[in-house]
Design a protein around this ligand. Structure first.
Ligand SMILES: CC(C)(COP(=O)(O)OP(=O)(O)OC[C@H]1O[C@@H](n2cnc3c(N)ncnc32)[C@H](O)[C@@H]1OP(=O)(O)O)[C@@H](O)C(=O)NCCC(=O)NCCS
Length: 152
């Protein structure tokens, strides 16, 4: 576990893209987001509809989360942590941060999809109070997803 005070959470910026892509390819080898997709989110980061946050330790980018807000609903679109820092509480810090942030924006419900075999992510979201709404068949090219929801 890294001490929380050694982790900085801040808005993502253009200079983070290459490191984010590196983490993304390791985290999602079969359907990694493209540079263009991240850039599109970055362009809207800190608008009222997109929140894109990175975690840093000693100036090294070790995780990120990206979500999209429409009215009173938020969808977590992407979340990943550097393999070398897994199980150190980084995803938890990112989730705590965005949950507080969307609560302040009057968001009432959060959603996301997760592959049905992605036990680390399912356990993480369960710990944060997300519940399964339904199974979405063939949501991914490589299988089904659970749609999870948390009411704030
Ligand atoms: C899922 C992921 C984001 C978790 O990040 P993390 O920083 O390691 O998570 P944390 O250290 O904050 O763990 C919080 C909780 O999640 C659960 N968890 C995390 N990794 C787990 C694992 N390998 N097995 C079981 N539960 C796990 C546990 O409940 C854990 O709490 P605990 O450590 O007190 O038991 C990370 O494994 C990852 O980047 N995976 C690849 C990308 C991905 O799947 N993203 C989510 C897509 S929806």
């Amino acid at each position: 576990m890294i001490a929380k005070e050694n982790v900085i959470l801040r808005s993502a910026c253009a200079c983070d893209i290459e490191k984010i892509l590196e983490l993304e390819k390791k985290a999602f080898p079969f359907d990694a987001w493209t540079k263009e997709l991240f850039e599109a989110y970055l362009c809207n980061s800190d608008s009222s509809s997109v929140i894109f946050i990175v975690a840093e330790n000693n100036k090294k980018l070790i995780g990120y989360v990206c979500l999209h807000i429409i009215l009173d609903e938020a969808e977590i679109e992407n979340l990943a942590v550097d393999c070398n820092f897994k199980r150190s509480g980084i995803a938890s810090m990112l989730l705590e941060y965005i949950i507080t942030k969307v609560q302040n924006l009057d968001v009432k419900h959060m959603y996301l999809e997760v592959h049905i075999d992605n036990i680390p992510a399912i356990e993480l979201y369960k710990k944060f109070g997300f519940e399964a709404l339904r199974t979405r068949k063939n949501y991914y090219p490589y299988g089904d997803a659970f749609e999870l929801k948390r009411t704030l």
